[in-house]
Design a protein around this ligand. Sequence first.
Ligand code: ATP
Length: 318
Amino acid sequence: MTKEQSRSVQLNLRSYAKINLSLDVTGVRDDGYHLLETVMQQVSLYDDIGIRWEPDSCGELKITVTNSKPYLPVDSRNLAYKAALVMAEQAESLIGKRPRGVLKIHIEKRIPVAAGLGGGSGNAAAMVIGLNRLWEMKIDTPGLCAIGTLLGADVPFCILTQNSRYTCALGTGIGEVLTPVKPGMKKHIVLAKPAFGVSTKEVFREIDRFPSSERPDTQELIKGLKQGDMDRVYPNMINILENYTLKCYPEVQTLKDRMSAAGDAEKVLMSGSGPTVMAIYNNYGSARRACLEIRRHGYEAYWAHTGKEIRGERNDKL
Ligand code: ATP
């Protein structure tokens, strides 16, 4: 073993899912991207990201990705791989040297894919945070969030919440201009999805043809979160993307109805562009019971809570 190989380092990170407590479209940018006003909340469902760095000053940068889902790409189409490339470029421009060596990324996937839960964005965020540490780049959280915009609109939120104590933020612009909301929501939740994904691109391409009669009062929602006043929060938990996804994918409407009927949910809403539907509960027992009931209907479902700390047993293998 060479001296450099003996300096290889391993970092294990958690990459959390997010939900949208509200989502409103406020306009369209010249490049076609929709302008959003969305309150995003981190939830405790997470992927494990293992990063192993074996420096080798004689070699090039070599990246390998392995993951627990055979259908996910392991090349430069994988968001974690992309994030590593972006961080290598940043390192080169910051310290004048491209990192050389072997970077091994392993993703243990639990967050459902193409589900409106920001799973890929969270993986990219974990890589940005991890490589900032491993390559000793010393970039602060706002700087990392700025790098995150190169990788996707949801990546800055995932960086902010994975690299600070914040769990909730208002996203404007295309979702990347963040204003932290403190405290965020403190509730138990169930996340459930039908057996298909929905493309975020497709939903935004079509949403203008499905105008919404009901829109959230985002400021009222934020005030409610700050004061812990759910009477101000729940009526403003509106996701205008439901207008497209629920109409074009009736199975998502059926799931929403089943989740409303399954227990004593305080609110049921689709997250992001769907098809994941979330239900909010006051306590762990209610969330767990409702989750098991939804699974009996054949859906992929998880109970979790808002925020980072892990509480209760892991439920992804049940
Ligand atoms: P968002 O809510 O940010 O729009 P999403 O939850 O709807 O995201 P993702 O799970 O991030 O969607 O997956 C979107 C696409 O990205 C999928 O088609 C998937 O193949 C691709 N992808 C690339 N890398 C990853 C990754 N590491 N994890 C999940 N999906 C990935």
